[in-house]
Ligand binder design. Sequence first.
Ligand code: FE2
Length: 375
Amino acid sequence: MQILAERENASAKDFLPLQGTDHVEFYVGNAKQAAHYYRSAFGFRLTAYSGPETGRRDRAAYLLEQGQIRFVVSTAIHPEDPISRHVQRHGDGVKAIALTVDDAEEAWRATTKRGAKSVQEPTRISDNDGEVKLASIATYGETVHTFVERRQYRGVFLPGYVPVNKRDRVSRPAGLLHIDHMVGNVALGDMNRYVEFYRNVMGFDLYQTFDDKDISTEYSALMSKVMSNGNGRIKFPINEPAEGKRKSQIEEYLEFYDGPGVQHIAMATDDIIGTVTRLHDQGVDFLRVPATYYTELAGRVGTIDEPVETLAQLGILVDRDDEGYMLQIFTKPVEDRPTLFYEIIQRKGSRSFGKGNFKALFEAIEREQALRGNL
Ligand code: FE2
């Protein structure tokens, strides 16, 4: 791994100023039930809704919020809708990583001029609370980036959504604060193409890189490069499978998602023990590493604030680099297909991605792959 120069691409950074992640939209088979899962298990609050009852005839969509994180789960009411086709092909998954911008038209113009494929030309939508401008471009697979300009909007989320003001009886917040990074899986040989896309089309820089010597087990390997935007708020690692003895976790994902897509979303907390305790109690299933991981932990990471016994009980992993340390844990996939999962992360100085945990982690993933008959 290398931590690269902070601003290698400084001269190009200004053509696409991004304020941060606006929201993540999932296309799902049953948004009502998916929303319930994100509320009851992950502790999101239902804050807005758009659907037949509010005048949207073709779709139902639920806005879920926790800390600064906004998820939208959307479903189709009719079988011919593009959402239905997306769900049939991919299962539930991430459709749009939406980014907040000052000027959606300019963001669309700047990126399409540099080679981005347009998915939606700049469009104004409005209601009594004002106007929002949206535009979308394609990234890997059928995933898109939507530019959201909301300066002229006072409503709860987007035009067409009505606030859900009643107390959420189901949600028990778990202390999730913001999105730390979102990882894409792409096909063998495509990683550098998407690295170039994020560099040339979106003005991102290469932030860290991992090769198959960093990330390999007896069975499988992967390569990963992390791209970061100018203000550092948005980090997109891109994974591709590397040559291994058997099917890698990335290949398993690509097979069951039927193409490239979002592999995991990392959500930050400032109290990982409290957060993971709550999520575990609420039914979130986490990957487990062998007990020997914790007997070796102190020797590997030195002194940390958290009791190792508690980390071992919960299955939380730790890694250290020269800037500090970080704690992380991964859920099992949240669909029946082995596709999207979540990471919970707490950073204590470290800006890295847990390289020291890769081996234990990927062996844990491979045990799950073997149970599914996919190794
Ligand atoms: Fe991650």
